[in-house]
Ligand binder design. Structure first.
Ligand SMILES: [Mg+2]
Length: 230
């Protein structure tokens, strides 16, 4: 009888929460290559045009060090110090090229998985991303794809919050697999630190928990994915 009840409860849980895999995709330079630039004028009058994520991260890192800022995302602090940081290109999807090595996987929607687009973009970026996905034939509503913007904050923190979202009777998260597609070195390092090397969530992880990061690498002849595990 007890076994029957346990099986029944398991069945109920599965019925209500069959999701065991989170698929998390970055947007810029992961799903699409865009021509977005960030234009900066520093308080000393110097200007810079940052053409890609790498240039953006290097500039912000150097400026934060110069100003003694230690936050994960220094953009807001720099703005408060008088840096004029024009991020308006990121409220549109500018001249996009689809990165098919990633979107071919995005389109698969495996059973028991939930798909998120998690961009670090700030401001009103969700609408244009949903429209772009629609344009390339990915219906976010039909496939229950959630588009979220971390506004520059830690994606690792977002993932830990997702794992805590549904905790089973044994105290473990129902999520036993996270697949994460990302091009940014900084975001990958953050997720490895928060999800792999975080003692605070050891008890939350199911025994078979797996994080697989697919780093999006650009080559002359296209894009490749490099798997990274805990
Ligand atoms: Mg990116």
């Amino acid at each position: 009888m007890k076994l029957l009840l346990e099986n029944w409860r398991k069945y109920l849980n599965e019925d209500y929460e069959p999701i065991t895999t989170l698929r998390i995709f970055d947007f810029d330079e992961t799903i699409a290559h865009t021509r977005s630039e960030t234009r900066v004028t520093a308080p000393d009058g110097s200007t810079a045009t940052l053409g890609d994520q790498k240039q953006f991260e290097e500039y912000m890192k150097a400026a934060a060090a110069k100003e003694g800022i230690e936050t994960f995302d220094p953009v807001r602090d720099l703005q408060e110090l008088g840096y004029n940081i024009d991020l308006s290109d990121f409220s549109i999807v500018k001249d996009p090229d689809e990165i098919t090595v990633v979107t071919d996987i995005l389109r698969q929607f495996p059973k028991n998985s939930k798909t998120y687009i998690l961009t670090a973009r700030r401001g009103n970026s969700i609408g244009p991303i949903i429209d772009y996905l629609d344009e390339i034939g990915i219906d976010t509503r039909l496939n229950d794809v959630r588009v979220m913007a971390s506004q520059g904050e830690s994606k690792g923190d977002v993932m830990v919050a997702m794992m805590k979202n549904k905790v089973m009777d044994d105290g473990k998260s129902n999520i036993n697999r996270i697949e994460y597609y990302e091009d940014s070195e900084k975001n990958i390092a953050d997720v490895l630190a928060k999800v792999c090397d975080n003692k605070n969530i050891n008890d939350l992880k199911p025994k078979d928990f797996e994080l697989v990061i697919y780093k999006v690498l650009k080559f002359d002849d296209g894009y490749k994915l490099e798997p990274i595990t805990c």
